[in-house]
Design a protein around this ligand. Structure first.
Ligand SMILES: [Fe+2]
Length: 371
């Protein structure tokens, strides 16, 4: 039994059609993730009802958080990957003036090229991330030194083991309009290592007590990423601007985002800027309270692994996710094995995040029991 919200939502949730019902799938866990073992995105693009299929895929991703495509998608071109990423947002009502994200550091002359030797302002090349532990673009040595110096808890800063909790994030929170969909295709990967994890922000919200839900719904968080300015200064080049939206411009990189956000496509509430790599400070609370809230949200993720879907990458596999309702974390362990890992990622830019007081949690929206 699906409950009907009493107040009117700012945006009516989108209803899925049946255009991709023919595709075999398995849900990764009951809560998050859907894997398509055989589907080819190329077939979807060439179908007469391609837009209908992409729209249904987009809504599925917003409901399930992340979709994995296991069959190698190596026949997909970079342009097609960009097109799909862009259309997922366009077909689900994001602001018309927004498009694909542009990486702030694209002007750096040492960007890693794609397999064909070119670079593309909308594509991020993720190569051996754990070996460098830098932002996806490898930048020159001087810039890297300055970038490291500005990073808190940087790897190797002390003799303690790495704390992988700091890997959790949602893409582009440092922008006024952060990412809606991200699409990562793994071009090459060692047989083991480098798994990516996604946690359901919907479920994190649903596991809060009503009193804590109310507290977090009243909060925003500053998502400051000063490394982009310092990298540009060290490299002597200007930041890219605008970056997928007229609102993502200049060097500020310190927007305030709601800790709990409504997903415009499903109408469900999700923990959004409560913790993670890009969240620097919960606004308007004491320092200890900031620490306590972020520790608590992290505890929800790390002590509730039923909220997490894990992708073991295979060559050509893809993951497409909604950044509105998930956090993700890379596993930096491929330095322990032979072989390179290279992935290419495109990311769309959605609306300015908002919390709609008329929205509900996912469980309430679906009529599911509270826990
Ligand atoms: Fe990411």
């Amino acid at each position: 039994m699906v409950s009907v919200p009493t107040a009117k939502l700012r945006r009516e949730p989108l209803k899925k059609g049946n255009s991709i019902d023919h595709l075999a799938y398995v849900d990764v866990t009951p809560i998050i993730g859907r894997e398509y073992p055989h589907a080819k995105l190329k077939d979807m693009l060439q179908a007469p009802n391609a837009e209908e299929q992409l729209r249904d895929l987009a809504i599925t991703i917003c409901e399930r958080g992340v979709a994995f495509f296991r069959e190698p998608q190596d026949d997909l071109t970079i342009e097609e990957q960009k097109y799909i990423t862009d259309m997922l947002g366009k077909l689900t009502g994001r602001p018309a003036e927004n498009g694909l994200h542009v990486h702030p550091l694209y002007n750096d002359p040492n960007n890693i090229p794609m397999a064909d030797g070119t670079t593309d302002e909308n594509m991020q090349v993720l190569k051996n991330l754990d070996k460098t532990h830098l932002a996806p673009y490898v930048i020159n040595a001087e810039a890297a030194k300055k970038l490291y110096a500005t990073m808190k808890n940087r790897p190797g800063a002390n003799n303690e083991p790495r704390d992988l909790a700091r890997e959790w994030h949602s893409d582009s929170l440092f922008e006024t309009c952060p990412s809606d969909f991200s699409f990562l295709r793994m071009e090459s990967t060692p047989p083991t290592g480098g798994d990516t994890l996604w946690a359901s922000g919907y479920e994190l919200y649903d596991r809060l007590s009503p009193a804590f839900q109310a507290l977090l719904e009243g909060l925003t968080a500053t998502c400051a990423q000063p490394v982009f300015r310092s990298a540009c200064e060290a490299g002597g080049y200007p930041v890219m601007t605008p970056r997928g939206s007229p609102l993502n411009a200049g060097y500020a990189f310190a927007p305030s985002h709601p800790v709990v956000r409504t997903h415009p496509v499903t109408g469900w509430k999700s923990v959004f800027a409560g913790v993670g790599l890009h969240v620097s400070r919960i606004d308007g609370v004491h320092a200890y309270e900031d620490h306590m809230i972020r520790e608590y949200v992290m505890r929800l993720i790390t002590r509730n692994h039923d909220c997490v879907a894990r992708m073991h990458w295979t060559r050509g596999a893809c993951a497409v996710w909604s950044n509105v309702c998930t956090l993700h974390a890379a596993t930096p362990d491929t330095h322990l094995v032979e072989g390179n890992r290279t992935g290419v990622r495109a990311s769309g830019i959605g609306e300015v995040p908002y919390l709609d007081p008329a929205s509900t949690g996912r469980r309430e929206g679906l009529g599911l029991p509270r826990y």
